[in-house]
Design a protein around this ligand. Structure first.
Ligand SMILES: NC(=O)c1ccc[n+]([C@@H]2O[C@H](COP(=O)([O-])OP(=O)(O)OC[C@H]3O[C@@H](n4cnc5c(N)ncnc54)[C@H](O)[C@@H]3O)[C@@H](O)[C@H]2O)c1
Length: 262
C-alpha cells in the first residue's frame, strides 16, 4: 500500500509490540529500518525474522534516557545510512496505572525520562545532526488516548503522553516551514505485552501491573468492542510518514476503535 523504497526509518523501541509491527511494515514497504531499542534478544529476533524475508532491518541497543548514547547512536546511523527520513519515537514504559500516592520518584523519573524526555532527546539529535540541515524529514511521536483524557492510565504515563502531544504541536510550529512535519499517533487499547516489558525494564521500580484499564469495564466502552492490533497503529504511522500526509503537521491521530468519541 505504501512505498518507502530507499528511505531510512528509525524506530525507538521497535523490537516489540507496536514498534515491531511498525518496523516490519516499513521494511516490507522497502525502507531500511533501524530499531533503537532496549531489549537485545527481542531486537535480534526482529532482525532475523526480517532477514529471512530479505528485508533490511538492523538493531542498535539504545537507552533513550541517556543523552550521550543517543548522540552516538544517531551519528552511527548517519555514518552507515547517510540520512534519516523518518523518526518514530515509540519507546515507552508503562506505569501500571499507579496513581499519585503510589508513584515513587524513581518511577516518575523513569516513565517521564523514557516516554517524554527520550522522545525530546531523540528528536533533537536527529534534527541537529541531519533533518534541519537537509530541510526534510518527518517525526512521529507515539502518544496515547491517555494523552487526551484522564482516567485511562496512571499519573506518570498520562503526564508523559499529554506532554508528547504538546511537544508534537510545538515542534510542528517550529519546524513545518523548514520542511519537517511532526505528528503524533494516539493508540487506544492495543494487544501487546507492554506491562510485561515495563516490569522487566523497571526492575525494582516496577509497580504492580493491574488489569485492563483502571475501570475493568473499559473494553465495553470501545464501540469496536475489541482491542486493536499493533498493525493498526503501524498503518497510521505509515500514513503520517507518507507523502499522502504532506499537509498534515502537528496532528494527533487517534486510533482507538472509537473509545474516545463518546
Ligand atoms: N499497547 C497499548 O495499548 C498502547 C496504548 C497507547 C499507547 N501505546 C504506546 O505505544 C508504544 C508501544 O507500546 P507497546 O504497547 O508496543 O509496548 P511494548 O512494551 O511492546 O513497547 C515499548 C518498547 O519500548 C522499549 N523501551 C522501553 N524503554 C526503553 C528505553 N529506555 N530505551 C529504548 N527503548 C525502550 C521496550 O523495550 C519496548 O520494545 C508506546 O509508546 C506506548 O506508550 C500503547
Amino acid at each position: 500500500m505504501f512505498d518507502f523504497q530507499g528511505q531510512v526509518v528509525v524506530i525507538t523501541g521497535g523490537e516489540t509490540g507496536i514498534g515491531r509491527a511498525t518496523a516490519e511494515a516499513f521494511a516490507r514497504a522497502g525502507a531500511s529500518v533501524v530499531i533503537a531499542g532496549y531489549l537485545e534478544d527481542e531486537g535480534q529476533s526482529v532482525v532475523e525474522a526480517m532477514a529471512a524475508e530479505g528485508r533490511a532491518v538492523e538493531f542498535i541497543r539504545t537507552d533513550v534516557q541517556q543523552e550521550e548514547v543517543i548522540t552516538d547512536v544517531v551519528a552511527g546511523i548517519l555514518a552507515r545510512h547517510g540520512r534519516i527520513d523518518v523518526l518514530v519515537n515509540n519507546a515507552s514504559i508503562f506505569d501500571g496505572f499507579a496513581g499519585i500516592t503510589e508513584t515513587s520518584t524513581s518511577l516518575w523519573d523513569k516513565v517521564i525520562g523514557t516516554n517524554l524526555r527520550g522522545s525530546f532527546l531523540m528528536s533533537r539529535a536527529v534534527l541537529a545532526q541531519d533533518m534541519t540541515a537537509r530541510g526534510q524529514g518527518t517525526i512521529i511521536n507515539m502518544a496515547s488516548v491517555g494523552g487526551l483524557i484522564g482516567g485511562a492510565d496512571g499519573l506518570a504515563y498520562t503526564t508523559s503522553k499529554f506532554g508528547i502531544i504538546g511537544m508534537t504541536r510545538q515542534m510542528a510550529c517550529d519546524l513545518s516551514a523548514r520542511g519537517i512535519r511532526v505528528n503524533a499517533v494516539c493508540p487506544g487499547m492495543i494487544q501487546t505485552e507492554m506491562r510485561k516489558h515495563s516490569t522487566r525494564i523497571l526492575g525494582a521500580d516496577a509497580p504492580p501491573m493491574r488489569g485492563v484499564g483502571v475501570n475493568p469495564d473499559a473494553l465495553k466502552r470501545v464501540p469496536k468492542g475489541h482491542k486493536g492490533r499493533p498493525a493498526d497503529i503501524a498503518h497510521a504511522v505509515m500514513f503520517l510518514a507518507s507523502p499522502y500526509a504532506d499537509y498534515v503537521s502537528g496532528h494527533s491521530l487517534v486510533v482507538d476503535g472509537g473509545w474516545t468519541i463518546q
